[in-house]
Design a protein around this ligand. Structure first.
Ligand code: MIC
Ligand code: SF4
Length: 639
């Protein structure tokens, strides 16, 4: 048995480990962050539960950090009060990025983690099954200790050969993205094996697992070994070590080999994480901004490498360099070893520990600007500047380019990176609060609006096509996030006004005028973030069904959780839909109950096609009741 299935088997509560079938697994740990957390906790409150049912639940504040109005702090206070009521550890703003902190403080080999953020798989580096999900699924996991998913198949990525010294883990995962694309991992677990693993440190592995999310993978996992033990020792958690390895005769569903000795510094060009080319192809490209940080590349080694490259140099005059360390411990350690001073002396601007520019919370690039970032996503407009070009790079390339003023991977001859010592981490317990008081009063600021609820399924639905889009539409397109919108994550009616605004500014008005209607998408609809707002907003706007050639995993679940039909159409039927005619879906009650194809009729021409639906028994109930929350209310948490 491979490692992924070993962990799943040890946690299996319902179903069998057969790819594509529905399973439920026991969850040991959960995490939320503030931008998805407000909705998750409103939903947890609606379920009327006491202490959480998992071993460890943590609520992080790391996304909404620019407190330009009362909204963010209202949300923080709401989350703090709910955390106390349900026995959830609260991580205060300033403590750092959820995935970095979870890895440092709570990750444990062999355990399961579900988090309301798509980069939750970062902890796969620790030999865990760590999965990103919508907020409601995480709320259910906190309430019941269970998480439902479609059993993934397992893709073995065998790492052979040895990396060249100036090639980073970021380059390795970018090289994999170049080969597999942003949909290459959908419904798969990526399991890393091979000799090449040995000299990847735990934080290297975390970078690789983190960007498994960009492959669309359910999660990624590494076995545990001396590197895992060394990291746990550094964190003062040696006792948490456990050997987690695949059987020697383990089998996998697919195989990919990566020869690390052939990997060179890589970059993903605008506007997709899989638009990957070697940095050397763009050597000399003028840049305006460099951002080092995010859950992908904000570890201590990443920071120390950047500091070493910057030391004694000057950031180019026309470049703005910002650096956000991943956790308060890392920041404190950079300060005490002098690396922080090296960064500041070079001209770097130091940001507080959090997501920051990665989610457009400040540091929007200039018009048509070029920004090199060590983050994981470069979808159009995500930086806050719609016409800027964001290139994804390693911290080493980022730091070097900041000094040179242009994209570069040409280090001086003989330059080498100093080995990063495994100095024990200076822990910062003052940022974590672990109180439990079941009678704690929940704080509700005026920005917090109720969660929209769907309506029960009817036998026939009619409507017009409110929007037709192409392939790889991300949740950043569906519900954009930037410093102006992120404060409204607990206010769906306000967010709705901006949905699809970067694709079609008239979408909202049309959706209101049509009373909902349908959305038509291409391949991999809903890729990217786990934000369930990309389903809550369509729910609020009364969109009843989305037609697409294929759906991204988390978004498909979020749609079903909201009672919205994710209907799969054949590529050849994409042109069947236009923005003038009206369409009708018939016999839906029977189709949903029995997973039958659905006839879609153009009411103007009377032509029809069939759309496909494949739901697990539990998903059928959610659709029938108009969403998971309605189903729980009527049938109880364990239906
Ligand atoms: C992201 O990187 O897109 C986010 C912001 O972290 C999201 C969560 C969100 O939209 O709140 C994610 O990755 O799930
Ligand atoms: Fe935060 Fe960016 Fe990571 Fe999302 S991808 S969790 S916004 S740092």
């Amino acid at each position: 048995m491979n490692l992924a299935y070993k962990i799943l088997k040890a946690h299996l509560k319902e179903g069998e480990l057969v790819p594509g079938t529905s399973i439920a697994i026991e969850i040991d740990q959960t995490l939320t962050q503030d931008s998805t957390g407000t909705m998750a906790y409103l939903q947890l409150e609606a379920m009327d539960v006491g202490h959480v049912a998992v071993k460890k639940a943590v609520a992080y504040i790391d996304h909404n950090m620019l407190q330009t109005g009362f909204e963010n702090m209202d949300d923080h206070e709401f989350i703090r009060s709910v955390a106390k009521k349900h026995g959830i550890t609260f991580s205060k703003p300033g403590n750092g990025v959820c995935h970095q902190l979870q890895l440092e403080n709570f990750s444990k080999p062999g355990e399961t983690l579900v988090g309301s953020d798509s980069h939750t798989p970062t902890c796969g580096a620790m030999g865990m099954i760590a999965i990103g999900a919508g907020g409601l699924d995480v709320a259910v996991a906190m309430a019941t200790g269970k998480y439902y998913l479609s059993c993934p198949s397992v893709l073995q990525v065998n790492l052979v050969g040895k990396r060249n010294p100036l090639v980073s883990a970021k380059d390795v995962i970018l090289a994999i993205l170049q080969k597999l694309s942003v949909k290459g991992g959908v419904n798969k677990i990526v399991e890393y094996t091979g000799e090449g693993i040995k000299d990847l440190t735990l934080t290297d592995r975390a970078t690789i697992c983190n960007m498994g999310a960009e492959l669309g993978a359910t999660t990624s996992v590494f076995p545990t070994d001396e590197q895992t033990l060394a990291y746990l020792k550094q964190q003062g958690r040696e006792a948490d070590y456990k050997e987690m390895v695949p059987d020697v005769d383990a089998t996998y569903d697919e195989y990919l080999e990566i020869d690390l000795s052939t990997v060179v510094p890589m970059t993903a060009k605008p506007h997709s994480p899989d638009a990957v080319v070697p940095v050397s192809e763009l050597e000399g490209m003028h840049i305006n901004q460099v951002v080092i940080g995010s859950c992908t590349n904000s570890s201590l080694p990443d920071m120390l490498h950047a500091a070493q490259i910057l030391k004694g140099h000057k950031v180019a005059e026309h470049v703005s360099l910002v650096i956000a360390p991943g956790s308060s411990s890392i920041l404190a350690m950079l300060a005490s070893c002098g690396a922080l001073a090296d960064m500041v002396h070079a001209g770097a601007r130091i940001l507080e520990c959090g997501c920051g520019p990665c989610i457009g919370m400040g540091q929007a690039p200039l018009s048509k600007g070029i920004s090199l970032r060590t983050i994981n996503r470069n979808f159009k407009g995500r930086s806050g500047t719609n016409d800027a070009g964001v290139y994804l790079v390693s911290p080493e390339v980022a730091a070097l380019s900041a000094i040179k003023g242009y994209m570069s991977c040409e280090f001086d001859d003989g330059f080498t990176l100093d080995p990063v010592p495994y100095t024990p981490f200076v822990k910062n317990p003052n940022f974590f609060i672990s109180d439990y008081d079941p009678d704690n009063t929940v704080y509700m600021g005026p920005n917090i609006k109720p969660v929209p609820r769907g309506e029960k399924l009817t036998d026939t639905i009619t409507g017009r096509v409110t929007l037709k889009v192409g392939d790889n539409i991300s949740t950043d397109h569906i519900v954009p996030s930037d410093s102006k919108l992120l404060p409204f994550r607990s206010n769906v009616p306000h967010l709705a006004k901006f949905s699809f605004s970067k694709v079609d500014p008239e979408f909202y008005d049309r959706a209101v005028a049509y009373g909902g209607g349908f959305i038509v998408g291409g391949d991999n609809y809903g890729q990217g973030s786990s934000r369930e707002h990309a389903a809550l907003v369509p729910n609020y706007l009364k969109i009843k069904a989305i037609f697409a050639i294929s759906f991204a995993r988390i978004h498909r679940s979020n749609l079903i959780n909201n009672g919205i039909l994710p209907l799969v159409i054949d590529q050849s039927d994409y042109d069947f839909f236009n923005d003038q005619d009206s369409y009708r879906l018939d016999d839906l009650l029977d189709a949903v109950a029995n997973n039958k194809d659905i006839t879609v009729t153009n009411e103007n021409t009377n032509e029809s096609i069939t759309a496909h639906l494949s739901l697990s028994e539990r998903e059928k109930v959610m659709i029938q009741y108009g969403g998971l929350l309605n189903a729980i209310k009527e049938l109880g948490g364990d239906f």
